[in-house]
Design a protein around this ligand. Structure first.
Ligand SMILES: [Zn+2]
Length: 844
């Protein structure tokens, strides 16, 4: 009897433990919408829900740079939950990601919140949505979960969100002030939108340069949802936006993917109509660039969508709109909450259809891949670091590849030549056939030219991987038989003498710069050759690193230990040579072999500087080459003693307010004394307008007059343009991201490690003339250099003879002009060495 009552007690305790789910208000102590919830509290509440509900699984999938945890909640009916792993594996079988045929598959709806940190309503909505799904009194939710799995990511970007929320909590009036002038509606630089390194995570899905994206993709590929929603906010005065998306759609998007966006949109409209809420569809948010939270899932077989609420970092807890209305956090929650639940409802209502279409999407991908090209061949004789980095990228996206089985000669589109060529296949060539689950994604990432039905998109229109990564590659219209790939990495071997005269290393990849940065931090003295040379039967290009024993005597035996350890650590193959006498070129004691002094680097941030542009460089130094950088702020830049630094970097930005005439004169003096200034993208503007520097927008006075006249005429023409044509016409002045094949002077230190041409990603229509006093290392000669992407007609007219990268020597120092930003979004792999050259090689 005692035993029985004991068991009953245990049973009752466990029942009550399960049913004791607190509402958000009970748990947090306030009603959702009354204040912003800090990230750790959100996670605590999610943990509470997982602990008190048997059908919720919490998955920790990573940590941010600031060490905040990243979590997903998976929820479905109790019955499904008991075989969750089985359902997941079956789902992957349907997607052809794992072998076998699916016997039991149900659709998955994935809701991603708060990718932009200061679009802070989203995470509050995630809390409410998860609670609704476990609320035992909610019959609708119960029914939906019977035939669907829901995954909730409450916050993709916790660092950005907490940056916003902590700031808002500090500056909010009590009660909150709805006057848009109030400080609580004006976030300071850099705002909470981006992550720790100020990357926009909604541009990073495909490139996955950031730890949040990298961690998320692992989990994404384990679930491959049928429907994915990315929740956002836009300007305060904008009505709600939901699917269907705007044109242009990428051509690989299937009819069903288009149709289902409409099905979902109609369901949302039903609720919005009932409540009298304003909304719009089919405008502004297109489906092209592959690195968004809607397109990436779309190219992975899902219905990928963006929902936009009016609000963002300006809205706070409440703000007056331009129409005089009031927009509160509670309103914002209500709207996003409605579309979130409506999405789950549609998925459940159409579960069978979703399932069937999902299966046929992948069946088609494998059996009848779309697109002109059926395989992409990356030549085996590319630089090994480039191949190994590509392999990592493909693995991350679970794209399958192999090495060519045959050695026959084939015909295909050559990326380097921008034309059809023949090539003999080699067993070392990496082949990516498109007859696989990731077929559409592969085509979107590799195709040389994106087909644009309509050019009105404000993001980049070209990103093809062989260009971005500087790969010798071919696109073929047939598949190629493949073998399994052996591991592609350098082992970090040192060949030659054990106590050599010098160690030699190549210089043509960012991996070499990481190795160099490490040596410099270990106080190893490094030299580099400014000319090509041959020694012990091996050829070395200009820029190759020479680490002589001479100069490093102080380190004794440690010298060899450190260099050899570094070779292993960074997978560098070094040649240890016994002599400094070369067989071709100049000996190591020649004045053409330079001592590379470790530069002290300063980087400007703050108001006026593009936060994204700054973040790309910050991330580059800290996370990619791991070399120390001192971050300055425009706020106190005027009082900084620049003589402490050798290199100063001005990221993309507008510097009129920071760099007045006086400061420019001071900067010039610092350069003449040996400073190296690196200016990127729009930062060039301040120098083009100044008498102190030779950069100019125009070749000469005549050209200036002529071009100014043209610009004036164009402006007048636009003023008279019919209003509805305006957007289309002004697009004609734009270059928003297209690829040009430009020259590269690889005898100049800025061009070391490159061939004599380079594919640059041009992001604006700014034109700078060739430098008259300086070296034009890389230039666009004419508009025919455009190889991929959209460039407006008017913008192209102005592009002839444009400077891309150039160096103006001044006294002992130099200014390095990078008119195109080689670190843009951290994904243009082949541009990174230019930046390394600017930091380490130029002016030594
Ligand atoms: Zn957003």
């Amino acid at each position: 009897m005692k035993v029985v009552s004991f068991l009953i007690t245990i049973f009752l305790i466990s029942i009550s433990a399960i049913s004791q789910t607190n509402t958000p208000k009970e748990f947090l102590g306030y009603e959702l919408g009354e204040r912003f919830t800090r990230h750790h509290k959100v996670i605590e509440y999610f943990q509470h829900i997982a602990q008190t509900n048997k059908n919720v699984k919490l998955i920790k999938y990573g940590e941010t740079y600031e060490k905040r945890p990243l979590y997903l909640a998976v929820i479905t009916s109790q019955k499904n939950f008991e075989k969750l792993e089985n359902l997941r594996l079956n789902h992957l079988k349907t997607a052809g990601v794992i072998e076998g045929s699916a016997t039991n598959d149900i659709p998955i709806t994935w809701l991603s919140y708060n990718v932009h940190g200061n679009e802070a309503v989203s995470t509050e909505v995630a809390i409410k949505t998860l609670y609704t799904l476990v609320d035992s009194t909610n019959k609708d939710a119960k029914k939906w979960l019977e035939n669907t799995i829901v995954i909730i990511d409450p916050c993709i970007n916790p660092d950005g969100r907490d940056r916003y929320v902590n700031w808002y909590n500090q500056y909010q009036n009590s009660p909150y002030n709805i006057n848009p002038d109030s400080k609580e509606h004006h976030e300071p630089w850099p705002g909470g939108r981006a992550n720790h390194y100020l990357f926009d995570l909604n541009r990073d899905w495909a490139w996955a340069t950031q730890i949040e994206s990298q961690s998320r993709l692992v989990e994404y590929n384990k679930w491959m949802p049928n429907v994915h929603v990315d929740f956002h906010e836009q300007g305060v005065n904008k009505p709600y936006y939901f699917a269907p998306a705007a044109e242009p759609y990428h051509e690989v998007i299937t009819d069903f993917q288009r149709e289902f966006q409409v099905t979902i949109g109609k369901n949302h409209a039903k609720y919005f109509d009932k409540n009298g809420w304003l909304y719009f569809t089919k405008e502004r948010f297109d489906l092209l660039y592959p690195s968004y939270g809607d397109t990436y899932p779309t190219y992975n077989g899902a219905i990928g969508m963006t929902y936009e609420q009016g609000g963002s970092g300006r809205a706070g807890l409440g703000i007056r709109t331009s129409e005089g209305g009031l927009l509160t956090l509670k309103d914002r929650i209500a709207h996003h909450y409605t579309t979130g639940l409506s999405t789950i409802e549609v998925s459940s209502l159409h579960a069978e259809k979703l399932k069937k279409e999902f299966a046929s999407y992948f069946k088609n991908a494998i059996q009848h891949p779309k697109g002109k090209y059926k395989s992409y061949v990356v030549k085996g004789n590319n630089d090994i670091d480039k191949l190994s980095s590509l392999k990592k990228f493909l693995d991350r996206h679970q794209i399958k590849y192999g090495t060519a089985k045959t050695t026959k000669t084939v015909k295909g589109f050559s990326y380097l030549d921008n034309s059809t060529k023949t090539t003999k296949l080699s067993n070392k060539d990496l082949v990516i056939n498109t007859n696989q689950s990731k077929s559409n994604l592969i085509n979107v990432l590799f195709e040389p030219q994106v087909k644009l039905k309509d050019s009105v998109t404000y993001d980049i229109t070209a990103w093809s991987l062989p260009y971005a990564r500087g790969l010798k590659a071919y696109a073929l219209s047939n598949t190629v038989a493949i073998n399994k790939v052996e591991n592609i990495t350098v082992n970090g071997e040192v060949s030659g003498a054990t106590k050599p005269y010098a160690y030699l290393s190549k210089w043509n990849n960012i991996a070499d710069a990481t190795f160099l940065g490490y040596l410099l931090k270990q106080k190893i003295k490094v030299r580099f050759s400014t000319l090509p040379f041959t020694i012990e039967g091996k050829e070395y290009a200009a820029g190759s690193l020479i680490v002589t024993r001479t100069g490093n005597e102080k380190l004794g035996d440690n010298f060899d230990k450190i260099v050899r350890r570094a070779a292993k650590k960074f997978n560098r193959n070094l040649n240890a040579v016994t002599s400094g006498m070369v067989t071709k070129g100049k000996d190591f004691g020649s004045s053409t072999v330079r001592y590379l002094k470790a530069p002290k680097v300063a980087l400007l941030s703050g108001r006026g500087v593009s936060s994204l542009g700054f973040g790309e460089i910050w991330h580059f130094f800290e996370q990619q080459i791991k070399y120390p950088v001192t971050v300055l702020d425009t706020e106190y830049f005027n009082s900084v003693n620049l003589n402490k630094y050798k290199v100063l970097i001005l990221p993309n930005g507008l510097y009129k307010k920071t760099l007045g005439k006086e400061k420019l004169v001071e900067l010039k003096k610092w350069i003449q004394n040996g400073g190296r200034l690196i200016a990127i993208d729009r930062a060039l503007g301040i120098f083009a307008d100044s008498e102190e520097f030779s950069l100019s927008k125009y070749k000469d006075e005549d050209e200036k007059k002529e071009k100014e006249k043209e610009e004036k005429e164009l402006k007048e023409k636009l003023e008279l343009e019919a209003y509805d044509n305006l957007e289309r016409k002004s697009i004609s002045n734009l270059i928003t991201g297209s690829i040009f094949k430009v020259t590269m002077d690889n005898t100049h230190p800025l061009g070391f490690g490159y061939d004599n041409s380079y594919h640059t990603l041009r992001l604006n229509s700014n034109h700078y003339a060739y430098l008259k006093k300086g070296t034009n290392v890389s230039v666009i000669k004419s508009k025919t250099d455009l190889v991929s992407g959209f460039a407006g007609g008017n913008a192209l007219k102005n592009i002839d003879k444009s400077l891309v990268f150039g160096v103006e020597k001044m006294g002992k120092g130099a200014v390095i002009y990078l008119a195109d930003n080689p670190l843009f979004r951290g994904f243009w792999e082949n541009g990174k060495l230019i930046f390394c050259n600017a930091v380490f090689m130029v002016g030594q």
